[in-house]
Design a binder for this molecule. Structure first.
Ligand code: HEM
Length: 537
């Protein structure tokens, strides 16, 4: 049947060609020659245009293998690899990893398009499966798409936890925890200290106090409820979200969870869920005592309490359920603590690495604070320390590719099509180290930030450690305050040095939060002459 049809088409074309040839032969030989040459030429030109047009459609990039794409060639330090690739393929390039197209944006011009001009289009996320597991299926803020649920949760966080009124009213929690840390370090003079660990515990206690710590009016809670093992669990969560998972690249394999990453994340979820369940149950019990008139009515309401009240208003526009409450809590605790403690560690590492910077920081601390204890009102006066922190953010942004975006429709960036559903990274690591943006970018020079006005709000696209656009970090002011407070207190109270037997290095290890490859271990010695200041908390 098919053969017969093919034969008929062949006969028709042949007959038509002979007819045209004879007619033209009789009429005009020139026309025949022109047509005979121009038809194939036009066909070739059309074909070439089509091929080059289709290549231009998506950003250029490396070829990969069938099925897995470029996955086997990627390596582990993604931010460095992507920056190398930007030198070869240009400021915007793409690569296929398994079934998904990934697009990497490496210049401020294209970050402007994605983060500002088309911010709404690029405001979705494409969560890895491990992130969905730990957030009860994406019921949180970080991994939600740009929808009503995300807006609702983000607004709850911003207006109840991170509002300047609430951040100010929680000053006592910060003072309590920072002084407690200084006091603990004082008991370990001359010993080796893991800098990230002390910063992490300080931050976790401050944040959990803000979330569920108002057991009594204005007083800080006993912070032991989160447990000693929490830091390891949180590190595991961050590691699993950042680790490549075959199930994400080849969804057909997700049922098998070949690398066991989802199962591993499920275990972390069970650990965290037990903590949150206990806290929520205690709070429900406390609320019912309140109804019975047992508890002091004057105390401040904490965030968990407020969320539980919203849960009771089932028909209210912002009603929330228990799963969403837990997802929000895990989100806030993880987002706030790991990035802050990682930054404290990087700043301390850079200061220890640059004795001149250390000297200037200490001179400023002496001038502003004298031989007293650091208080929050001192912080805005520490302009050199602020510049040191910003320069550290430039060289070691803890989220070097921010958190991936995902366009909700196909759109054009820099003349290329970014298809709907592709995964888009904003490579701020490349932007922060681009000599076009920063002269001598590898030099650690806090003075860059002294003379002009720099902030973290994503207005200057050369400097984006907290992100850009509507998905920018909502915790900037709390994060900034905590960084300044912890660092000023540690550097004012103690002289720090590296252990004699430690080899010092500044290399990093890529992850959702990119940390120092080798934890910073440092040794404190007493700096303040009045030893009684260390125990006054
Ligand atoms: C040094 C401290 C911090 C750094 C460097 C940091 C950095 C970031 C970055 C880069 C993002 C992604 C932005 C984007 O996609 O464009 C982000 C998102 C987020 N951060 Fe932070 N952050 C810090 C502290 C905090 C704190 C203290 C909180 C809350 C208490 C917080 C809560 C969040 C949340 C909820 C998101 C998700 C926002 C969304 O998707 O809408 N962060 N953070």
């Amino acid at each position: 049947m098919i053969l017969e049809l093919g034969y008929k088409i062949y006969l028709t074309i042949g007959t038509f060609w002979l007819w045209w040839w004879e007619v033209e032969n009789q009429r005009d030989e020139l026309a025949r020659t022109v047509l005979t040459i121009s038809v194939p030429t036009l066909l070739i030109l059309w074909y070439k245009w089509k091929v080059s047009y289709s290549r231009k459609r998506i950003p250029p990039g490396p070829f990969g293998l069938p099925v897995v794409g470029y996955l086997p060639f990627l390596g582990s330090n993604l931010h460095e690899r992507f920056t190398e690739m930007a030198h070869r393929y240009g400021p915007i390039f793409s690569l296929r990893l398994g079934r998904k197209l990934h697009v990497v944006v490496n210049s401020i011009d294209f970050v402007k398009v994605v983060g500002h001009d088309l911010d709404q289009t690029f405001a979705n996320r494409s969560p890895p499966l491990t992130a969905l597991t730990i957030t009860y299926g994406g019921n949180d803020i970080v991994w939600s798409n740009n929808n009503k649920h995300w807006r609702n949760m983000r607004q709850l966080l911003v207006s109840h936890v991170l509002s300047s009124a609430n951040v100010n009213s929680c000053q006592s929690f910060r003072t309590h925890e920072v002084r407690k840390t200084v006091n603990e370090v004082y008991t370990k003079l001359g010993e080796k200290i893991d800098v990230n660990e002390i910063a992490f515990m300080t931050e976790v206690n401050v944040v959990t106090s803000m979330l569920w710590g108002c057991s009594k009016s204005g007083e800080a809670k006993d912070s032991s409820d989160i447990g000693d093992g929490f830091r390891e669990v949180e590190f595991k969560i961050i590691e699993l979200i950042g680790a490549p998972n075959l199930s994400d690249f080849l969804p057909i394999l997700s049922w098998f969870d070949l690398q066991g990453r989802q199962r591993e994340m499920q275990k972390q979820l069970e650990y965290v869920d037990r903590i949150f369940e206990k806290i929520i149950q205690e709070r429900i019990k406390a609320n019912s005592s309140k109804i019975e008139g047992i508890v002091d009515e004057d105390r401040r309401k904490d965030f968990v309490e407020m969320l539980l009240e919203l849960k009771e208003q089932k028909d209210a526009p912002k009603a929330i359920n228990i799963i969403q409450i837990k997802a929000l809590l895990i989100n806030i605790v993880v987002a706030a603590t790991d990035s802050t403690s990682t930054m404290v560690e990087w700043v301390m590492a850079e200061i220890l690495h640059n004795p001149d910077v250390m000297r200037k920081v200490q001179e400023e601390l002496t001038k502003v604070i004298g031989m007293n204890i650091v208080q929050e009102f001192h912080l805005p006066k520490l302009t050199y320390l602020d510049a040191v922190i910003k320069e550290t953010f430039r060289v070691h942004p803890p989220l070097p590719l921010l958190i991936q975006r995902c366009p909700d429709e196909s759109c054009m960036v820099g003349g290329y099509i970014i298809p709907k559903g592709s995964i888009v990274y904003l490579n701020i690591w490349a932007i922060h180290r681009d000599p076009k943006n920063w002269p001598n970018p590898l030099e650690f020079k806090p003075e860059r930030f002294l003379n002009s006005k720099w902030d973290y709000n994503g207005n200057n696209l050369k400097f984006l450690p907290f992100g850009v656009g509507r998905r920018i970090c909502p915790g900037i002011s709390l994060g900034e305050k905590m960084l300044m407070y912890i660092l000023a207190s540690l550097l004012h109270s103690f002289e720090w040095s590296l252990p004699k037997d430690e080899e010092f290095e500044l290399s990093d290890e890529f992850g959702l939060v990119t940390k120092k490859r080798k934890p910073l271990i440092a040794v404190p010695s007493q700096r303040l002459s009045d030893a009684s200041l260390y125990s006054s908390y």
